[in-house]
Design a protein around this ligand. Structure first.
Ligand SMILES: [Zn+2]
Length: 117
């Protein structure tokens, strides 16, 4: 049996082109992959480490909102996924830490901030 002829008008993008354009809108494959994996990982980490470690060191009890990378990962995936390199911080401590890092000239890469929260 012959399959009915299908054709697409020339101006309509192919499935490949549609997917490629959607990828460009969503960001890179890595950003999507690590975005979803990181969201799950940071939630689990915050559940296990719910208090801000910097406040705790000062005797304050503060709920953490951010999983911070102690050493800036700068895109290094091994460092990024190393839980030993993570710490729970409240937003003020995270921002203070980031500002002092900026003052010291140890700027964290774009990825840290976008992924920490
Ligand atoms: Zn804090």
């Amino acid at each position: 049996m012959k399959r009915p002829l299908t054709y697409r008008p020339a101006q309509q993008p192919s499935r490949y082109e549609q997917r490629r354009d959607a990828d460009q809108r969503r960001g890179s494959a890595a950003q999507r992959l690590y975005g979803a994996r990181w969201r799950a990982a940071r939630l689990a980490y915050l559940a296990a480490h719910p208090l801000c470690v910097m406040c705790e060191a000062k005797g304050k009890i503060e709920a953490a909102e951010v999983v911070d990378h102690v050493r800036p990962h700068r895109g290094d995936l091994q460092l990024f996924w190393d839980e030993a390199n993570w710490q729970s911080l409240c937003a003020p401590c995270h921002d203070r830490d980031k500002q002092s890092a900026e003052r010291r000239g140890v700027l964290k890469p774009w990825g840290d901030d976008a992924w920490d929260r």
